[in-house]
Design a protein around this ligand. Structure first.
Ligand SMILES: C[S@@+](CC[C@H](N)C(=O)[O-])C[C@H]1O[C@@H](n2cnc3c(N)ncnc32)[C@H](O)[C@@H]1O
Length: 262
């Protein structure tokens, strides 16, 4: 029995590794069709000069220290910094630099890593404004079972901090933050903005909420609008959305993707 279980686990692990390898190759290929390696090298140099990676790493360590000794949230999950991964930071930065969107909306801020990279790209572009929505979870608060989606992980904000606290002060001029649930805040925000050039989902990763956000963003989109998402490998919401509307889903990293509205 025990050896059957470990053989099963080993097979599952090998299958997941193989799937991840395939997703990595696909995303390398898809991304390089949008941003050339020469352009990427330039954006990478820019990022290094700006020092954002090291600043974010220092903030991550600060977060880690603050949760030591109280690592579990009220759903029994470990508190996490919960940020867009390193490859995603670079590639989404490059995409915003290259496509130069002017009206941007994201859902899911938490500590503010994705927002910081997008905002730096806007500063380098010299134009654009980011509107972000977040329903925050704090490490020093306890919550009822209904406060968040039951599948929510541990992404949280440390004691005494605010959503987006890692964003450098000099980038805040291009940022508007809205606190609350995307179901409630996204429709009126998009109605007020009229048309968006760029939308990025990284809030509640339930199939229902992801679908709601993509469809709502589409209503405020025009030809060329980018609809992007984190955690697309978690369920089929993004692929189903693209299929329904005839858009090509392009992997940007193994776990993020975008489509361009036609
Ligand atoms: C994965 S974190 C976002 C990470 C962020 N994009 C980054 O790179 O640092 C997800 C955030 O969405 C928030 N959230 C969860 N459900 C939400 C909802 N229904 N509407 C808005 N925000 C939500 C979470 O509390 C958390 O702050």
């Amino acid at each position: 029995m025990g050896s059957n279980m470990s053989a099963f686990r080993a097979m599952r692990w090998a299958r997941r590794r193989a799937q991840r390898f395939v997703r990595e190759r696909i995303s390398d290929h898809e991304f390089s069709s949008l941003v050339s390696s020469r352009e990427l090298a330039e954006y990478q140099r820019e990022l290094a000069d700006a020092g954002l990676d090291s600043l974010i790493e220092a903030k991550r360590l600060e977060f880690q220290e603050s949760v030591t000794g109280s690592e579990l949230n009220s759903r029994g999950k470990p508190y996490r910094f919960g940020a867009l991964g390193a490859l995603g930071r670079l590639r989404w930065y490059a995409l915003v630099r290259k496509t130069k969107p002017r009206v941007l909306v994201e859902t899911g801020v938490c500590n503010g890593v994705s927002s910081a990279y997008i905002l730096l790209a806007l500063q380098m572009n010299g134009e654009g404004h980011l509107h972000s929505i977040d329903l925050p979870e704090y490490t020093d608060s306890s919550y009822s079972a209904e406060a968040f989606w039951s599948g929510k992980g541990g992404a949280a904000i440390p004691k005494g901090a605010r959503p987006g606290w890692v964003i450098p002060e000099q980038l805040l001029g291009r940022w508007t933050f809205l606190e609350g649930r995307s179901y409630e805040l996204l429709p009126p925000l998009l109605q007020r903005l009229g048309q968006v050039d760029f939308f990025f989902h990284d809030s509640e990763h339930s199939y229902q909420c992801m679908t709601f956000e993509y469809e709502t963003a589409l209503e405020a989109s025009g030809p060329g609008t980018i609809i992007g998402s984190d955690d697309v490998a978690r369920n089929t919401a993004f692929d189903d959305f693209c299929r329904r509307h005839g858009f090509r889903a392009r992997r940007i990293t193994p776990v993020t993707a975008l489509c361009v509205v036609s």
